[in-house]
Design a protein around this ligand. Structure first.
Ligand code: HEC
Length: 229
């Protein structure tokens, strides 16, 4: 058992190394993994508490409201935008973009070949317009308790509530252990330093507008800035 564990750990490390060959990605990887971990553990803690204490119908609100709240806090703390997506979504706002769809399909394929979903992740730097963006996805397998709301036999009142809130719901009929979706994280990176500067003598003198000299605050009475709520 221990040996199997070591093999698995080594394999995971190799997979990570293979997915992140460049130093910039290696620098980002711990951050995105941590953001992913915090998001997942916070959400599942709140969700399972709410399921237990208030029941599934009330817990829907947790999925709907708490997930974006947790994401907002992580963004504030780390600059990573965290979301959830899937090939079949409940909330159309979670629908994958082309890049996410591609990665979800690759996760699906790997799982079909027997890869353990808990280690499935992908990190890449992509170009979006002028921006270089680090993008990361981590597979979300369907756990047993997810079936309450994503399985095949939903309780009537729950199915009704979900139908009301999400008339275009596609996220039922999942089986335990199958891919439910993925966590998706992105962050716009600092632009790379410019190519080595052009020879200085070739550069036309810059007609840079000098920043306006700082205004002295004499005209302004020392009014307290409005307090933020
Ligand atoms: C109490 C019902 C409930 C339970 C239990 C539940 N979910 Fe959901 N799930 C929802 C609702 C409602 C949404 C839509 C949230 C939104 O509006 O963004 C959702 C959305 C999602 C999404 C985002 C993609 C989409 O379909 O919109 C993923 C991924 C997801 N759930 C995975 C899971 C997993 C994995 C579990 C088990 C660990 C789970 N859910 C348990 C109700 C539930």
């Amino acid at each position: 058992m221990k040996r199997l564990l070591i093999v698995l750990v080594v394999l995971t490390l190799f997979a990570a190394a293979a997915a992140a060959p460049d130093p910039e990605l290696e620098r980002e990887l711990p951050g995105v993994r941590q953001a992913s971990k915090i998001f997942t553990s916070s959400l599942s803690a709140v969700l399972s508490d709410s399921l237990e204490e208030e029941g599934a119908v009330e817990a829907i609100g947790v999925c709907q409201e708490t997930a974006p709240e947790i994401a907002k806090n992580i963004f504030k703390e780390t600059g990573y935008e965290v979301g959830r997506t899937a090939l079949k979504v409940r909330n159309a706002e979670n629908a994958p973009d082309a890049w996410e769809k591609k990665i979800l399909k690759s996760f699906d394929k790997k799982m079909a070949k027997g890869t353990d979903p808990s280690g499935l992740e992908h990190i890449e730097i992509v170009t979006e317009g002028e921006d270089r963006v680090v993008r990361y996805m981590k597979a979300i397998p369907t756990g047993g308790f997810c079936l309450t709301c994503h399985g095949s036999d939903l309780e009537l009142d729950l199915a009704e509530k979900i139908g009301e809130l999400y008339p275009k719901d596609q996220a039922t009929g999942f089986k335990e252990g199958k891919l439910r979706g993925a966590l998706t994280i992105r962050k716009v990176l600092e632009p790379l330093p410019e190519e080595p500067a052009v020879e200085p003598e070739e550069v036309a003198p810059k007609e840079e507008v000098k920043p306006a000299p700082e205004k002295k605050p004499e005209t302004k009475t020392s009014k307290e800035p409005e307090t933020k709520k």
